[in-house]
Design a protein around this ligand. Structure first.
Ligand code: URA
Length: 209
């Protein structure tokens, strides 16, 4: 489990517990995911490169630091990544956004790509891939593989929840990609769901079941 950042901040853990409850409404699930994403953005941007800019306070001029948000790309794995993306963009509004459309073949559980749209000049950018659930790892592995073709400066992977199987799969395929997560649950079931988990993140977020 090297290169795994477990975000155990009490606020993160508290909100995740509320999301797990089966009686949580679509509205509160979405709101909590949004809040959690803001808190996770704080961790994942901790080592981001900064640049100095000139500012004038009411008293005098100074040089101060800012993140170069335009060099940062949040890549959302559709469709569940959208929930994390919104929260992250509210704290890093200058970030660019990419989308990867992948669906899980229900029989083989492998990832099938149907959409891929990235900003220009990816070789100059730091990428943060977001997907709430790192389960089998198949979508994450496929997304990172595809992104590596564009040679970005760095790639990080952020999820809300994962399991030992998902961590192992992603780390075996891409040991250079750090994983940021709020929890590593017990196991994957035979349908590719995380146990105890929180169910189908996309369905809970969009109210589609
Ligand atoms: N995707 C989900 O939404 N939930 C899981 O438990 C696994 C994959």
């Amino acid at each position: 489990m090297s290169n795994v950042h477990l975000i155990d901040h009490p606020l993160v853990q508290h909100k995740l517990t509320l999301m797990r409850k089966k009686e949580a409404s679509t509205n509160s699930f979405r709101r909590l995911l949004n809040e959690l994403a803001m808190l996770m953005a704080y961790e994942v941007t901790r080592d981001m490169a900064m640049q100095e800019v000139e500012v004038e306070t009411p008293l005098e001029k100074m040089t101060a630091k800012v993140i170069d948000g335009k060099k940062l790309v949040f890549v959302s794995i559709l469709r569940a990544g959208t929930g994390i993306l919104d929260g992250m963009l509210s704290v890093v509004p200058g970030a660019r956004v990419g989308h990867i459309g992948l669906y899980r073949d229900p029989k083989t559980l492998t990832a099938v790509e149907y959409y891929f749209k990235m900003p220009q000049e990816m070789h100059e950018r730091d990428v943060v891939v977001v997907d709430p659930m790192l389960a089998t790892g198949n979508s994450a592995i496929a997304a990172v593989e595809r992104l590596k073709e564009l040679r970005p400066k760095s790639i990080k992977f952020v999820c809300l929840l994962t399991c030992p199987e998902g961590v192992k799969a992603l780390q075996t395929a891409h040991p250079d990609v750090p994983i940021y997560t709020a929890a590593i649950d017990r196991q994957l079931n035979e349908h590719g769901y995380i146990l105890p988990g929180l169910g189908d993140a996309g369905d809970r977020m969009f109210g589609t079941k």
